[in-house]
Design a protein around this ligand. Sequence first.
Ligand code: HEM
Length: 466
Amino acid sequence: MTTLDQTDSAALTARRFERMRPFGGRAAPDIDLTGLPPGPRWPVWLQSVGLLRFRHRFVPHMWRTYGDVFTVRVVPGGRPLILFTRPEHAKEIFAGDPAVFHAGKGNAILGPIMGEHSLLLQDGPQHQRARALLMPAFNGHALRAYRLMVEEVARDEVAQWTPGEEFRSLDRMNALTLEVILRVVFGVTAEARLAELRPCVNRTVNISPAVLLGWGFPRLRRFGPWKRTVVNAYRLDALIYAEIRERRQASDLVERTDVLSRLILARPEEPEGEASGGGCLTDEELRDQLVTLLLAGHETTATALAWALYELGRDSAQLARARAAAREGDDGYLEAVMKESMRLHPVIPMVVRTLTRPTTVAGWDLPAGATVGPSILLSHARGDNHPDPERFDPTRFVGQSPPVNTWIPFGGGVRRCIGAGFSVMEGVAVLREVLTPYDVSATGPDEPQVRNITSVPRRGARIRVG
Ligand code: HEM
């Protein structure tokens, strides 16, 4: 296995920028729009703004107006997006043939940042291979090994708080989950390297959709936010490739428990050179998967935690029960708190798949090129799925699970979130470290706001600890 020097690292970054264009530089394909499920006749731009900026009002409005299955049309090119809200329809989509229900294309906008090898961007045999190589780093055995490190990071964070202090819990949880990713996923513990990585990683996480959309126009990269993004990407890649290079040579590689070390050692089951692209992960693949895990796993978990603290801080009886669970080591109850937080406030609003062939879903004959997906937002808000759906009630998840495909914060099928177990483990560990010493109270109302792909608390889920 060859490794990289700095010049190679810069060349790889340049190649990624060259190859990864949002939407592949292609216009929207011609899709036959006749016979699609009902939807608004508004201009495409207005529907797109509704979906992308005001989804918490727009999507429920569509459901009330058009029913359980509806079509919205979005940019670029007025592509149809058909949303489903019933569990049996979610099941059909999750169980659909992965060769027909593609997920990677829908994430193409993330290409310049995540890279072509990213698990989120791949489909077919390449996705299958990458997933097989990544999965062992997220199984139950691996999670147990990460837990101690997560607890340590959480303890360090909480130790900085002072009784009576009020703050945006989202900001503190973001700082905490970033530290977890750097230590547990990247496996970096040297303070000097962490100090170099933190600002680069933060800038990567904060890239706006406008910058990504502008990527199709290479000339923009000489200006303003595009230029800063390019400079930062070269810097981050150099740091990551240096880390990979050093890790490959580390004498304690086999004893190390972080995700990167596990991925370096991961071996595919199929013989090398199979059609799926055999062999272990190259430096470029490792880089792309690390950045993917960083972007997929950091803000998502922080947001779920912030909502959990906010909801507990609004209800003294719920808080008392959760604090007792924290003190008694009742992780099952804290897990229920995390799950209910993700139900009431879905971090990601929907799961999407693009059809590669004409296909029937929920009795509707849909054309190739259409995008379909269960609405997580509506699945979690339906009273027939979750009685009294507006109420924060962790006991829904105590000693029972909601009916299958009614609680889908992590999507499903062959694309189900690879970090689902990780984020719940992390959430439980953090809640325990926070709630054992501290009472929390929410210091004002909050509501969801769209931030890129995720939905976050508009006011940062402010709490006071005491
Ligand atoms: C509250 C926390 C999280 C939420 C709500 C969440 C949600 C999701 C959702 C909805 C998907 C798409 C699933 C589908 O298409 O069916 C997904 C995929 C993914 N998530 Fe998460 N996620 C969370 C945390 C994490 C963490 C901690 C990691 C890793 C450290 C992670 C890594 C990934 C990856 C790599 C994928 C792509 C899987 C694939 O395409 O095969 N996520 N996540």
